[in-house]
Design a protein around this ligand. Structure first.
Ligand code: BV8
Length: 222
């Protein structure tokens, strides 16, 4: 059976990483849309680097939970495509072999001048030079609002080919990810939503499993 899974911030909540909704979309009284945006980066690159340095530190201190581990184990038994909206590396550290980070990753830095990518240092700043072209144009390798998510061709193919689509811990507020269940369902997939509560797109799913991911995901993959 071909399975495509999409995860959101809710799968990392029990690892101690705040979700966007839980933080009321705020970080240090800044609206996340203002920080996680190209305009926000141009306006105040130091603030945006601090925001991601903070999250990079939090992610490094967090541990994968039973939900991350259950998905890693599932990859060993089924044809699984794992797509995440999350920028942490908890899926990789739980053992998932191939994680599609559609919104980028805290683990890499990107040079806005030459496009070079390299392992992100713990602390980035506007003074972080690109190791390839030496320009002071380093940015977090994150997809901000208004930017094109990564790996979309591969993602559309996985949505169109799968027999089962599962969304775990996502509020269904951000597109194009929020439209994935509808797309997969139209192409014949059975869609299941694992979440604490209803999301903005619960109507797009055939089944709903309610509860914390660290309990529901291991039960679902068993
Ligand atoms: C694009 C990286 C086009 C940053 C992120 C109007 C209509 C439709 C679309 C738009 C529109 N206006 C603008 C748009 C487009 C926009 C968008 O969708 N805006 C929204 C606000 C309306 N989208 C974009 O800009 C995207 N790009 O459209 O590009 C384009 C086309 C061509 C060329 C160029 C461009 C890019 C969006 C990416 C933004 N970057 N992340 C960072 O992380 O710092 S988004 C970020 O927020 C996350 O990645 C994630 O996607 C989103 C948060 O969502 P969730 O992961 O769902 O987290 P949330 O906190 O919301 O929910 C947590 C859930 O977990 C809840 O349901 C909760 O119940 C559950 N939960 C909690 N605890 C648990 C749990 N579940 C289980 N167990 C638990 N323990």
């Amino acid at each position: 059976m071909r399975i495509t899974v999409l995860t959101g911030a809710g799968i990392s909540a029990e690892s101690g990483l705040a979700t966007f909704r839980a933080s009321d979309g705020l970080w240090e009284e800044h609206r996340i849309e203002d920080v996680a945006s190209p305009e926000g980066f141009v306006r105040d690159p130091d603030l945006v680097h601090r925001f991601y340095n903070d999250r990079r530190k939090g992610a490094a201190a967090a541990q994968p939970n039973a939900a991350h581990r259950a998905l890693a184990e599932l990859a060993g038994r089924h044809d699984l495509t794992l797509i995440t909206q999350n920028v942490d590396d908890l899926h990789e550290r739980a053992g998932s072999p191939d994680v599609i980070h559609m919104h980028g990753s805290l683990s890499t830095a990107l040079c806005a001048s030459c496009g070079h990518r390299w392992p992100a240092p713990a602390e980035m700043s506007p003074q972080t030079p690109c190791p390839s072209c030496a320009a002071l144009a380093a940015r977090p390798d994150i997809v901000w609002f208004g930017e094109m998510p990564y790996h979309m061709e591969r993602i559309w193919a996985a949505l169109e080919d799968c027999d089962l689509f599962a969304a775990i811990g996502t509020s269904g507020n951000v597109y194009p990810a929020a439209g994935f269940a509808q797309h997969a369902g139209r192409m014949g997939a059975n869609c299941i939503e694992l979440n604490l509560q209803n999301s903005a797109t619960s109507r797009d799913f055939d089944h709903h499993i309610r509860g914390p991911a660290s309990e529901t995901v291991p039960g679902w993959v068993a």
